[in-house]
Design a protein around this ligand. Structure first.
Ligand code: R1P
Ligand code: URA
Length: 290
């Protein structure tokens, strides 16, 4: 059955609704970044850029880095945008946009996020990179899909540990792609950790400016959580849903995080741009050898 025009939405030129992309515009290796200005920072290291477009916060450039074809796309801030980006990228490779039918031969994408993040453990030093072994979702997005991709043992351990208001979405944990973990975990600068993904930057990450929190010790509870030899190292706003949707749709995903703040010590990076630039170069080098 062809997908209806209201479900698979295409622009008049045949490109997919929000991303403004056609299948031929993207590589199968994709870097996602939050900030649209980071896209050009990544592609400044490319040999050439062969395509670019932008709609809203979704800026895309495709080109070659050391002979490898890579697409870089900005997701903007937050989980709601990840729902759009992952579903539309998948549609570009796994749905025939002309017939509106799901293709028989599944195409796998490799998706690596280059993001910024705040450490919550004292040992997660500023300007280091956290490689997210798992995304710990406090966002609830995955609960809207029929899913069997969560790490149920780890999720159960977290739910037993946390004492938060039942009004909030149930947390979930999804592991990163193991082949990408093995490939990226080779440098002393890379800290493996569980990355908490929150629905917001302030209250949901335990920050108070003028408003009081409903669960003031939420961050302390995250800091003290242990599962096997893992702990929650850092917080940001995209990883859990990227991992969850990538797994559900049959893609590989990894999230790399430049640590620009440390919530345990109250510090902020003196040069966050340099920290992100260093992570960009590291990630490109790793992807070129994949
Ligand atoms: O730097 P990016 O990739 O946007 O990532 C982090 O920064 C934003 C918040 O400042 C959120 O998107 C968070 O996940
Ligand atoms: O503390 C931080 C830093 C960057 N991004 C976040 O979401 N949180």
């Amino acid at each position: 059955m062809p997908l209806a025009s209201s479900e698979l939405i295409l622009n008049p030129d045949g490109s997919i609704y929000h991303l403004n992309l056609k299948p031929e515009d993207i590589a199968h290796t994709i870097i996602t970044v939050g900030d649209q200005e980071r896209v050009a920072k990544v592609t400044s290291y490319f040999d050439e850029v062969i395509f670019e477009t932008q709609k809203r916060e979704f800026k895309t450039q495709t080109g070659f880095y050391k002979g490898k074809k890579i697409t870089v796309i900005s997701t903007g801030i937050g989980i709601d945008n990840i729902d759009i980006v992952l579903n539309e990228l998948d549609a570009l490779v796994n749905i025939d946009l002309k017939t509106r039918e799901i293709k028989k031969n599944h195409q796998k994408l490799t998706i690596v996020r280059i993001g910024t993040s705040g450490g919550i453990q004292p040992f997660v030093d500023l300007d280091k990179f956290v490689m997210s072994e798992a995304g710990v979702g406090f966002d609830g997005l995955l609960h809207y899909y029929k899913n069997k991709v969560t790490n149920d043992e780890a999720t159960k351990a977290l739910c037993n540990h946390l004492k938060v208001s039942p009004k909030k979405p149930l947390p979930y944990i999804v592991d990163a792609d193991q082949t990408l973990i093995d490939h990226f975990l080779t440098e002393s600068k890379v800290i493996p950790g569980y990355t908490g993904t929150n629905l917001g930057f302030y209250g949901p990450q335990g920050r108070t400016l003028r408003l009081e929190l409903e669960d003031p010790d939420f961050i302390d509870q995250l800091v003290s959580f242990r599962y096997k030899n893992h702990c929650i190292t850092n917080l940001e706003m995209e990883t859990s849903a990227t991992y969850g949707l990538a797994k559900l749709l049959g893609h590989k995903a990894l999230s790399m995080n430049a640590i620009i703040a440390n919530r345990a010590t109250g510090e902020f990076s003196k040069d966050p741009k340099d920290s992100v630039d260093s992570l960009i170069r590291f990630t490109l080098d790793k992807l070129s050898k994949l």
